[in-house]
Design a protein around this ligand. Structure first.
Ligand code: GLY
Ligand code: MN
Length: 462
């Protein structure tokens, strides 16, 4: 974890934004896979990690703004527990490491919150995304589960997002550690994926690399010859020469910070001419979007810029027609690029998504565009120094979507459906890097990972 002063300062900054009352943070618990004692790998709640740094289950914490006090709640192990877990630090030992001197049991948390409610004091909490914590809030605060979403504190949520959006130098160091390990996962995949292997062999190897280095997976690995399916977690296909594989995978640093990189690899060692054409368009869109990312620039404009480059390339290839800018205005590009250009990244890969994308990526003035494609843009607002974001354009040929649009005659002024038909089995290409917005522009995080057609082919094994 970071030095205790980091967490103390973070909590003080937050408390200054909240005028009165109590702030309740729920840590995560172990989560059962198929019976209670067989659990998924533990992942702490990211806001709990941000303010308390304690990466273990069964904790909650309260900042009492009125009294200027902080307390971590949890139950110490019994001897019966220790038989199974081995000795572990007490709640008090753990709390002291992050600058909290007061600890109490979970039973005492109930008493404190009941007394606070009886005294008419506000207890603020963040949106909850785990069923057990929804039930805990019901028990602790007497709020019906169906009302918990509407009873979360907007003031608290906005204050937490305002803090977590700006990454400190120490956080950037963690993110770069994750991105560098992620880069190694990608070069390993380029070097080892070959015709005749199954996707799972490479997915397993790169996941193993992350774990063997002390990293964890940031999100379920996407490694698929069907890269046109945006979040494709199936790894059962055999790879053949001529296939292209989208590898969207990432390692998480020991303190929980994300890496999230995508590369597209040719199986057989060489891209076909057709694959090169599409790859070059995506690469140009990505590099131009990265270049355009700077403080004060609205990311929805960077998204539009990338979309226009994609549309220009597809027009030159004969898949689209008309003026690219008009095609983008009409939404025609979303036949090929159905999602957003990128997202914030930090302790969560889609940073703070659980707190509400409307606060993370949008403002009261910059509202989400509900149109297909645009509605999936997670970040639209102006970039600021300290933001870490991904830039990840792609071109995807989705048979069902092509058929539906064609049947509906959608955007027929901008799409050459006969030409598109020739690409329906193409798959998809995505390229993604992680960048820091700096006062002067941006910095691509981590050591360079092969990306040009030449570099990727040079590493690809066959
Ligand atoms: N890497 C997965 C995503 O950004 O959605
Ligand atoms: Mn991403």
């Amino acid at each position: 974890m970071f030095d205790a002063t980091v967490y103390i300062e973070r909590r003080q900054t937050l408390a200054q934004q909240i005028n009165s009352g109590l702030i309740l943070f729920m840590g995560n618990n172990e989560s059962p896979m198929n019976y209670p004692d067989n659990t998924y790998p533990f992942r702490q709640d990211s806001s709990f990690l941000y303010y308390f740094g304690l990466d273990c289950p069964g904790l909650a914490a309260v900042i009492d703004v009125d009294e200027d006090k902080v307390c971590v709640f949890g139950d110490d192990l019994t001897v019966d527990d220790i038989v199974w877990t081995g000795p572990l630090p007490t709640v008090q030992d753990r709390a002291r490491e992050v600058g909290v001197n007061e600890t109490a049991t979970l039973g005492q948390l109930q008493t404190i919150l009941t007394n606070a409610a009886a005294g008419g004091r506000a207890v603020r909490f963040l949106p909850q995304y785990r069923a057990d914590n929804v039930l805990a809030i019901q028990r602790l605060l007497g709020i019906c589960p169906s009302e918990i979403a509407s009873r979360t504190s907007q003031t608290l949520t906005r204050a937490v997002i305002a803090q977590r959006s700006f990454k400190s130098d120490q956080e950037i160091e963690q993110i770069e550690w994750a991105v560098n390990l992620t880069g190694e996962m990608h070069t390993l995949a380029m070097k080892t994926a070959r015709a005749g292997m199954y996707e799972r062999e490479i997915a397993g190897a790169i996941e193993g690399l992350a774990l063997s280095r002390g990293g964890r997976l940031t999100f379920p690995t996407i490694f698929s010859i069907h890269g046109e399916t945006l979040h494709n977690h199936y790894h059962g296909n055999k790879m053949h020469a001529g296939d292209i594989v989208v590898n969207d995978s990432g390692a998480e640093s020991p303190l929980g910070y994300a890496g999230d990189i995508t590369r597209t690899i040719p199986i057989g060692g060489k891209f076909s001419a057709r694959q090169k054409d599409i790859y070059a368009i995506v690469l140009e869109a990505q590099e131009t979007a990265i270049q355009a990312s700077a403080p004060g620039v609205e990311f929805r404009d960077v998204h539009r810029l990338a979309c226009t480059i994609l549309a220009t390339g597809l027009t030159e290839l004969g898949l689209m027609k008309g003026t690219p800018a008009d095609a983008v205005d009409a939404g025609a590009h979303t036949l090929f690029f159905q999602c957003g250009l990128g997202h914030m990244m930090g302790l969560d890969v889609h940073d703070m998504e659980g707190l509400g994308e409307q606060y993370v990526g949008y403002t009261d003035q910059i509202e989400r565009n509900p149109a297909f494609g645009w509605k999936s843009l997670r970040l639209a607002k102006a970039l600021e120094p300290g933001f870490v974001i991904t830039v990840e354009p792609g071109i995807y040929f989705i048979g069902e979507l092509i058929d539906r649009w064609r049947a509906d005659g959608k955007c027929a002024d901008f799409i050459n459906y006969d030409a598109v038909e020739q690409y329906r089995d193409f798959g998809g290409i995505r390229l993604e890097d992680d960048i820091l917005i700096t006062p002067g522009g941006h910095r691509v995080l981590g050591a360079p990972i092969p990306k040009s057609i030449k570099e990727v082919q040079a590493l690809s094994s066959g």
